[in-house]
Design a protein around this ligand. Structure first.
Ligand code: FE
Length: 441
């Protein structure tokens, strides 16, 4: 299960997640809150109701036995029952009525928290449902990016990016020794998702992995070398995707005169920042870049070993011990990881050296999600948690991403956290780092 936490902590994260949600809605008109019918976004008016319904269903109704607040809540907001492309056709509540529903659920959740310490069930399900809101808040950010809505005003960004945000590039590989690595979450982790259970031994050969994610400047060299037009760099599915999408460069890039490349962030175009990580590239684009560069994506186990592993005291192999975070076992600070929407975009890949892993990999958490080579699959002995559809339906056809982006919440991402999206997804805040080819992989 997960650790016991205080009711004050649970109330705090509930309030914090909700204020972020409201910030992400702010300034959008009724038409923007519905938006176009796209496979990768939801109508935001539906999505906020779904977030409230999720808390109501799993906590108020299933845990505490409350009666449903809305007569048709399940028919509107159950994401398993309501097919994605029908969500634009539902008789949704008005924004005012949706906010009222959200508020009623929120107050009931807070009201249920009695005493100083939550019990084990509450400690898990309140966090799980809050992290679910956090995940939708990240989706609201990619929705606003996809639809070129105005950049949101996030309170978290008020103090500005970290002081070394413009630290430049970081070249070179970290050398990670081989040995037995315990992939996944140990039982003593403070919180766990079902797909992280449980840590199990895998055998790794020594490998070399880039100290930093691939930058815009590096990816631009691939684009400029006609990388999107040369089939030899693409596998069959990737080439098929490229032709269908007509892709010539990353989705939010635009070439003005000559070599003047611009990047769209929300509604605004700006110069491509050379030392920021490339973002909004899909798994096919990442693999094509790798083939062009004579590199490869890390496996999920390699990524996690580079992030959390430690060298054995006698050298030569991986130690049996691993960390919760790249820098150790303590929760992220702003000097270690670019998370929580502290700036409204990426920062340079050389920033935040205090967050380096034992092997010298930087920004393994935060800034951009990182594609791995692997298809999302259950660990040995997998059993679904209370929300049975969290992981299981996505096994076998999505690809694993690790590490969290600037959009992710520091309370949720850890070194063992697994994210997963289809290989065609370019809208999520994903980049990648590469491994050297001359090792076994
Ligand atoms: Fe959901």
């Amino acid at each position: 299960m997960s650790s016991i936490v205080t009711t004050a902590y649970l109330a705090d994260i509930l309030r914090d997640a909700r204020s972020r949600t409201l910030e992400l809605l702010h300034g959008l008109d009724a038409q923007q809150l519905i938006g176009p019918r796209l496979a990768t976004v939801n109508p935001m008016l539906w999505e906020i109701g779904h977030v409230a319904w999720f808390y109501e269903y799993f906590i108020l109704r299933r845990l505490y036995g409350h009666k449903p607040i809305l007569a048709n809540g399940d028919a509107l907001y159950d994401s398993i029952r309501v097919a994605h492309d029908t969500r634009w056709d539902l008789p949704l509540l008005s924004l005012e009525a949706t906010l009222d529903y959200m508020g009623r659920v929120h107050e009931a959740l807070i009201g249920r928290l009695q005493g100083t310490l939550a019990d084990e069930t509450e400690s898990f399900i309140y966090r799980f449902a809050t992290f679910h809101e956090d995940m939708h808040d990240e989706a609201f950010l990619w929705t606003r990016q996809t639809l070129a809505y105005p950049r949101p005003a996030l309170g978290s960004a008020a103090q500005g990016p970290p002081t070394d945000a413009a630290a430049g590039g970081l070249s070179g590989d970290a050398e990670v020794p081989g040995g037995t690595f315990w992939l996944g979450s140990p039982p003593n982790a403070p919180f766990l998702f079902d797909n992280e259970k449980w840590a199990h031994p895998v055998t790794l050969a020594a490998f070399r992995i880039a100290r930093a994610p691939v930058t815009n400047a590096q990816f631009l060299a691939f684009v400029a070398d006609a990388g999107y037009r040369r089939q030899e760099f693409w596998d069959e599915a990737g080439w098929h995707w490229r032709l269908g999408a007509g892709a010539e460069h990353p989705v939010y890039w635009r070439r003005d005169a000559g070599d003047d490349w611009r990047l769209r962030r929300f509604e605004a175009w700006s110069a491509l920042a050379p030392d920021q990580p490339v973002v909004h590239v899909n798994w096919y684009e990442a693999n094509a870049y790798c083939r062009w560069a004579g590199r490869r994506l890390p496996t999920e186990a390699e990524w996690e070993a580079a992030a959390l592993g430690e060298p054995a005291a006698n050298g030569g192999e991986l130690a049996a011990r691993k960390r919760l975070y790249p820098w150790g076992d303590r929760e992220p600070t702003e000097a270690q990881a670019h998370l929580d929407g502290r700036a409204l975009g990426c920062i340079d890949v050389a920033a935040l050296l205090a967050g380096d892993s034992a092997f010298g990999c930087r920004q393994m958490l935060g800034n951009v999600w990182e594609w791995t080579r692997d298809t999302f699959a259950p660990y040995p002995g997998f059993a679904p948690d209370a929300y049975r559809e969290y992981s299981q339906p996505l096994f076998g056809h999505t690809k694993v991403l690790r590490g969290g982006a600037w959009t992710s919440r520091s309370r949720m991402v850890r070194g063992t956290y697994r994210n997963y999206f289809g290989p065609e997804r370019r809208d999520v805040f994903a980049g990648f780092r590469t491994c050297a080819l001359d090792d076994d992989g």
